[in-house]
Design a protein around this ligand. Structure first.
Ligand SMILES: Cc1cc2nc3c(=O)[nH]c(=O)nc-3n(C[C@H](O)[C@H](O)[C@H](O)COP(=O)(O)O)c2cc1C
Length: 215
């Protein structure tokens, strides 16, 4: 969660419990001195510094991811910084991250964030053809996910968005080999069990954690 909601405090705590903590690359350096003069430079510094702090909190436990929005500025630079700073994974949505594998090596896990089977099919086809690479995992966001969605305002207003379990089932049927993490409106254990019964391998949770000290 940007801006500066998901930093090392939250990511480190999640990692310590054995999950993947995710830091947001949406202006992580905005509290740093000099940010107004050099935002990109300070964000690059913060991407590195927050990773170190998260690892200090978590010890050797868990995995660390960086969420980089495709629609944002300095996308390629932030991807390279993620790898240089030792992140385990890059998660990328807010647009189609078709060229993401060009910016990093095979040593870092890559996960597109999608809201439809069609978007994932296009990414898989492009990554395969251009880079001989498959997504290492995928995050599937339904219409209840906060933030940046693959649904139009009209669909949201009319309540005509497809249901998250339906999208999960469709994607899992087509790509059973890609680990799938579902996101959007998942608040408690019952929600987790329901979506895992629909085929998800795990979940991504955001809003539920906003009111914690770690955020
Ligand atoms: C305050 C807030 C900020 C968010 N910022 C980002 C972001 O910077 N990049 C992104 O890809 N998703 C962002 N999201 C979406 C979350 O990563 C997540 O997929 C989604 O909110 C999950 O649904 P939930 O909030 O119901 O748990 C944000 C969500 C919230 C609530």
């Amino acid at each position: 969660m940007g801006i500066a909601i998901s930093l090392s405090g939250l990511a480190g705590a999640v990692m310590k419990e054995g999950g993947m903590g995710v830091i947001s690359a949406a202006q992580p350096g905005f509290r740093m001195e000099g940010f107004d003069r050099d935002p990109a430079g300070k964000n690059l510094e913060a991407i590195a510094r927050e990773a170190e702090k998260a690892r200090t909190i978590a010890g050797s436990r868990g995995l660390l991811g960086l969420n980089i929005m495709h629609a944002g500025t300095h996308y390629a630079q932030y991807c390279r910084q993620a790898e240089a700073s030792g992140y385990d994974a890059i998660l990328s949505g807010a647009g189609l991250a078709l060229e993401l594998p060009a910016y990093v090596s095979d040593d870092i896990l890559l996960a597109p964030i999608v809201s439809s089977l069609r978007a994932l099919q296009l990414i898989v086809k492009t990554w395969n053809r251009r880079y001989s690479r498959m997504p290492d995992f995928v995050v599937v966001e339904g219409s209840e996910a906060g933030g940046h969605l693959g649904f139009s305002r009209e669909m949201l207003d009319q309540g005509s968005c497809p249901d998250l379990s339906g999208i999960v089932q469709e994607i899992k049927d087509q790509f059973p080999e890609i680990p799938l993490f579902a996101a959007g409106g998942i608040f408690d254990g019952a929600d987790v069990r329901r979506i895992m019964a629909a085929g998800a391998d795990g979940v991504q949770v955001a809003t539920r954690l906003i009111a914690t000290w770690e955020c």
